[in-house]
Design a protein around this ligand. Structure first.
Ligand SMILES: Cc1cc2nc3c(=O)[nH]c(=O)nc-3n(C[C@H](O)[C@H](O)[C@H](O)COP(=O)(O)OP(=O)(O)OC[C@H]3O[C@@H](n4cnc5c(N)ncnc54)[C@H](O)[C@@H]3O)c2cc1C
Length: 405
């Protein structure tokens, strides 16, 4: 936090000009630091009488005992007016961690409309509190407004830890919040724990997935971590909680809206969200070329499946990056994952650990992917895919999935 020493300040206003973020306004003869401050300290440097200081760390240590409880930040699918599945995964994990601490678990929801089944879902997971900021301008995700709202809630209610979804929006939001609150953030955690000193242990792969790093923030609160969709499970509490809903009034003024939402563009139907799909058919380098990759896409459409890809297939330009599955792509947890022409490198298979059933099609009997598959089909992937396409056409998707043909 940037602190103004009223006794030293001469009201020259040089600090307002030095701030590139418009975060400082003069109230009378004194500068007031606003929410858009990113602690770059340009104002501190510009002050000729050393009236400004950044005392963030001192404040955090001093306030440490006031922070309690685990929060999970909810993410909405605005088109469907529903929560994304990852929200409930995070809430379940926050509940588990809060129970370990003997503290409360809270959900934070920023929205224009509360989803119908939210109350029931929160109670079933055992959520103690829900903080809701409801405003029409929150219908679409907006970096500035969402950051300001989460920071304001965190400053007011002081949670010990906040879990964010490692989605596109969450990956945008969490670092902003971490910078504003001047605390650390561990992105893309695959597991979380509490240590003997009550720190949140944030576990994530590092060095190309060869090492699992356990990271703590012992000197700062709140502790921030993001977790990818499909890494955690949704767990229901033994007994539903009596969740308390708190609607928090918050100014969402014009100064908070420098980013303007123009329109939402529907994704190409074939390349839909791999993270939410029940069936994912993924192609690797063994598919051969872009033309052959289209056979895989054809099967995906017929089976109402999402198309996934390995990094090599994405690098070849056969599929967009947002359907890449694996360490640097998405984690998926479908009922059925069909891996076509994929070797089974660790960086890929780390993203399919939670798939219920895996079918692998590969020309090499020694391909590592076969070791983790329920069904192994040895052969040319494109030929097998073409045959599957014909069969789905002839017998229908459901008959084929039921194993009747
Ligand atoms: C830091 C880091 C992060 C990474 N992140 C990711 C990630 O997120 N996701 C990811 O996927 N990779 C990632 N990778 C790359 C990963 O290590 C592998 O290189 C990649 O997954 C291999 O892709 P592939 O299986 O398509 O290709 P290959 O390993 O080349 O395998 C092709 C397979 O196709 C088979 N094949 C060949 N011809 C045919 C045919 N006609 N029919 C059937 N099968 C055939 C071969 O037998 C082989 O098994 C990462 C790597 C690093 C270093």
């Amino acid at each position: 936090m940037i602190v103004v020493d009223k006794n030293k300040c001469v009201g020259c206003g040089l600090c307002t000009g030095a701030c590139s973020f418009g975060a400082i306004a003069m109230e009378g003869k004194l500068p007031v630091i606003g929410d858009t401050c990113v602690f770059c300290e340009e104002c501190v440097k510009a002050c000729p009488v050393q009236a400004l200081t950044n005392d963030s760390i001192a404040v955090r240590k001093q306030d440490f005992g006031a922070y309690a409880g685990m929060w999970a930040v909810m993410e909405m699918n605005n088109e469907r007016g529903q929560l994304q599945k990852v929200s409930l995964e995070l809430l379940s994990e926050a509940k588990r961690l809060a129970d370990m601490l003997g503290e409360k678990v809270s959900a934070v929801l920023l929205c224009s409309d509360v989803p119908e089944d939210f109350e029931e879902n929160a109670a079933e997971i055992g959520c103690d509190n829900v903080y809701i900021v409801k405003n029409d301008v929150l219908e679409q995700y907006d970096t500035e407004r969402y950051t300001s709202a989460i920071c304001a809630l965190a400053r007011q209610y002081k949670p010990a830890g906040i879990l964010f979804p490692a989605t596109e929006n969450g990956r945008d939001l969490a670092p902003r919040v971490s910078c504003r609150l001047q605390v650390g953030l561990t992105a893309d955690c695959t597991a979380l724990d509490i240590d003997a000193e009550r720190n949140l242990v944030q576990i994530r792969p590092t060095y190309g997935g060869n090492i699992m790093a356990s990271i703590i923030s012992p000197n700062h609160r709140p502790q921030l971590a993001s977790v990818r969709p499909n890494v955690l499970l949704v767990n229901h509490a033994a007994k539903p909680a009596e969740t308390k809903f708190t609607y928090v009034d918050m100014e969402m003024g014009v100064q908070d809206g420098r980013v303007k939402f123009l329109k939402a563009v529907e994704k190409d139907n074939v390349f839909r969200d791999v993270g939410e799909a029940g069936i994912v058919i993924s192609g690797g380098y063994g598919i051969g070329d872009a033309e052959s990759f289209r056979v895989l896409q054809k099967l995906a459409v017929r089976m109402d499946a999402a198309v996934g890809a390995t990094r090599k297939a994405v690098d070849e330009g056969w599929a967009p990056f947002d359907v890449q599955v694996g360490q640097t792509g998405k984690t998926v947890a479908p009922e059925l994952y069909i891996a076509c022409g994929i070797s089974g490198a660790l960086q890929h298979t780390i993203g399919i650990k939670n798939a219920k059933h895996i079918i692998a099609i590969n020309a090499d009997p020694a391909a590592p992917i076969f070791a983790m598959s329920d069904v192994a089909i040895m052969g040319d992937a494109v030929q097998v895919l073409s045959k599957l396409c014909d069969r789905v056409e002839k017998y229908g998707r459901d008959t084929l999935l039921a194993g009747k043909e």
